[in-house]
Design a protein around this ligand. Structure first.
Ligand code: KG4
Ligand code: ZN
Length: 334
């Protein structure tokens, strides 16, 4: 069978990334230009700055990609792009670039949902087997997704308020840990003790999650200690917070694995980089005999390789967009 090469573009937040993926599984070349250092001085991503930086760098990223892959635009079969969800100004830059490339090369334009991309990052590790359960944990999403086949997404539960990555970032700010909060709280959590009495959030029979109560508990604890003139021990608070997060995420994931008779679990999104979560899931996979696939660090955070992998299967399902495709700040995974 002829090989299929997808040129993919991801610009939904603060990474300008392009990739060429062969047959949905092979990363031929990927370029990721992160704006993290610029946004760090503001304590978070500034949307206006993010979109301007995408404009400045996107053509250079394309040149670098083609050089690295040693390919020409004509060698690719289709153009895949993240159309949403994400920051609207950032999305529009990648989308406009993708539409322009699709127009001048007369190749199909494939719209990819950002979370489908995070899920298919795992396909770059090992070809997915179905049915599977995806634990999606990112800055904007916390969901359990059942997939009976390629590109079929059934959400069985999700957060009722904050996403888990968002809770990490907020807690980091309260404890005084610099941006990016999530990875820094994770690092601290490995040197502290679970000495603070924090609640296990939404410990019920559903597959839903809630992190705002846990976040508020951390904020209240810090305020109470401040008022008493006592100092918070940042590493202990990080450990206590992370233990509750990992416990509830893995508890509900395991319940779903048993109820849906799942043999394959994948983890997706930026929080898939979390060491505490990865370690706990490794143990559970051995104890409960399910296969666990987790993306390597480079595919956990935003990148175009995952969009190219997802784009291949979207293309196979005939999901081709017209040049009137628009960016969406929010959209259901489907
Ligand atoms: O998937 P992602 O790059 O962006 C979204 O699509 O939302 O995820 C970013 C989120 C941020 O909230 C970041 O703090 C969190 O993932 N994150 C982590 C870790 N690495 C990134 N959270 C906890 N532990 C980590 N090691
Ligand atoms: Zn993401």
């Amino acid at each position: 069978m002829k090989d299929t090469y997808i040129l993919a573009i991801e610009s939904s937040c603060d990474e300008t990334s392009m990739s060429i993926i062969k047959n949905g599984t092979d990363d031929v070349a990927t370029i990721i230009l992160s704006q993290m250092d610029t946004h760090a001085s503001f304590g978070g991503v500034v949307p206006e700055i993010a979109s301007r930086m995408h404009v400045e760098s996107i053509t250079m990223v394309l040149d670098d990609l083609l050089t690295k892959a040693n390919m020409k635009l004509d060698d690719v079969d289709a153009i895949a792009v993240t159309y949403g969800p994400g920051l609207i100004g950032s999305l529009l830059i990648g989308l406009q670039c993708a539409k322009t490339l699709a127009m001048i090369t007369k190749k199909p334009l494939i719209p990819v949902h950002h979370i489908a991309g995070h899920i298919y990052a795992n396909n770059l590790v090992k070809r997915l087997e179905f049915p599977l359960l995806a634990l999606v944990v990112s800055g904007g999403h916390t969901e359990l997704v059942y997939m009976k086949e390629d590109y079929s997404f059934e959400k069985i539960g999700g957060t009722l308020d904050d996403a888990v990555g968002e809770a990490y970032d907020k807690v980091a700010r309260v404890i005084g840990i610099p941006y990016p909060g999530g990875p820094n709280v994770d690092k601290l959590a490995h040197v502290g003790k679970d000495s603070y009495n924090l609640p296990l959030p939404l410990d019920d029979d559903t597959y839903n999650f809630s992190f705002s109560g846990l976040k508020s508990a951390v904020i209240n604890l810090k305020h109470n200690l401040d008022q008493r003139g006592e100092k918070v021990i940042p590493e202990d608070l990080a450990t206590s917070f992370q233990n509750r997060v990992v416990e509830i995420l893995t508890k509900k994931t395991l319940k779903a694995i048993k109820e849906y008779n799942i043999k394959h679990l994948i983890v997706a999104g930026g929080v898939a980089a979390n060491k505490g979560l990865r370690e706990r899931l490794e143990v559970l996979s051995k104890e409960n005999d399910f296969e666990l696939i987790m993306p390597p660090m480079k595919y956990c955070t935003d990148n175009a390789a995952m969009i190219g992998a997802a784009g291949f299967y979207a293309y196979q399902k005939g999901r081709i967009a017209g040049l009137d495709l628009n960016a969406k700040a929010t959209d259901k995974l489907q």
